[in-house]
Design a protein around this ligand. Structure first.
Ligand code: ATP
Ligand code: LTN
Length: 327
């Protein structure tokens, strides 16, 4: 069975974007692949975090993965920080990555250009991400479009290592969803819906109340044309709502546009809100059951055991090839 692997940073509350661009992709592939989904908690501390909140969020996110349809019998679910091999491999990979290629990462450049508190970890984090992927020889990495460049860096690092030290890593490929690759902010549909947003006004959180979800969608920024069709350049707000609807209903953009072509904006938004509420409320119902059970502990123990065994083997091979220690 081919292996897929993905993770969602617990740096903020999970959003509708995380669900559509991240979790749903894994759910889609969990029957066909040996599927790994983890909490990249070490990535979260590239920006400052409150320790108590972070600890709680890590746990909440595992419950949200499960509540969103990640089946623990079909997935290996684990926490990055419970596996010390990730950071070890990352160090070796950092020593084979050039400043030039790391400096080209647009996510880093965007964040750094906003100024203060840019840590070295924020700069090297795509290399830790490469380690997350290469440690397990993942063939496919389901991610949103904004992470594609990082998976490409992982490919380059793997390829270079293999050429220098002999075949060691599988070259991973990004899996980008056709619909919903990027869900935009409802208040500013030219920017990504992000869990790092300060106000969450245009961001739907997976743990938002029904009332808040409806309010956020009904006040989504659109345009004054009054016609519903897909055109990202000229109608980013409407296009974003069509994207959300079509990915949750699992229909194409064309089908969604056809369905809404005679609607006015108010009715259109209401129907989009109905779908979002239905999906998110079902997730919350399962979430509430899970969070108070001890299932999560058991699932994480199992995941940690399996991934530590695999990672130990791989890291020993890498250390040996590079000439480190007595491996
Ligand atoms: P954020 O900017 O919200 O902090 P992120 O992309 O840095 O998010 P994750 O939550 O770790 O971090 O992302 C998990 C996955 O979900 C990634 O593959 C990412 O591309 C995808 N994703 C996150 N937000 C969106 C979005 N608004 N639209 C589509 N995919 C998204
Ligand atoms: N960098 C990603 C999260 C992430 C990840 C990974 C995704 C860390 N390691 C490995 C896929 C595979 C992000 O910020 N969304």
């Amino acid at each position: 069975m081919k292996r897929i692997l993905t993770g969602l940073k617990p740096s903020g509350e999970l959003t509708l974007g995380s669900l559509i661009g991240g979790i749903k992709q894994t759910v889609l592939y969990q029957d066909e692949y040996d599927s790994f989904i983890f909490v990249p908690d070490m990535h979260a501390i590239t920006v400052s975090q409150d320790p108590k909140e972070l600890r709680e969020r890590i746990y909440k996110n595992v419950a949200l993965y499960l509540a969103s349809g990640i089946d623990p019998n079909k997935n290996t679910i684990y926490l990055q920080s419970e596996n010390l091999y990730h950071a070890n491999l990352s160090w070796v990979l950092e020593c084979t990555t050039y400043m030039g290629e790391a400096s080209r990462m647009t996510q880093y450049k965007d964040k750094a250009s906003k100024g203060e508190n840019v840590t070295v970890g924020l700069f090297t984090y795509p290399i830790l991400m490469a380690a997350d992927i290469l440690l397990y020889d993942a063939e496919y990495v389901p991610v949103g479009i904004d992470q594609k460049q990082h998976v490409e860096l992982a490919r380059n690092i793997a390829d270079r290592f293999n050429k220098r030290y002999g075949d060691t890593f599988t070259i991973p490929e990004p899996l980008i969803p056709k619909v919903g690759a990027k869900i935009m902010d409802l208040q500013d549909p030219t920017k990504k819906m992000s869990k790092s947003d300060e106000t969450y006004k245009g961001v739907i959180l997976l743990l938002d109340s029904e009332k808040d979800i409806r309010k956020k969608i009904m006040s989504a920024v659109t345009d004054s044309e009054g016609k519903i069709y897909y055109d990202v350049q000229n109608k980013p707000g409407i296009s974003n709502l069509l994207t959300i609807y079509s990915s949750l209903k699992e229909v194409t953009i064309e089908e969604a546009s056809e369905h809404f072509k005679d609607y006015n904006y108010g009715n259109f938004k209401k129907e989009v809100a109905d779908v979002v509420v239905e999906v998110i409320m079902a997730i919350q119902k399962k979430y509430n059951d899970l969070i108070s059970s001890n299932q999560i502990e058991e699932i994480l123990d199992k995941g940690s055991k399996r991934t530590n065994a695999l990672a130990e083997q791989k890291l020993k091979e890498v250390f040996h090839k590079v000439g480190l220690g007595r491996y």
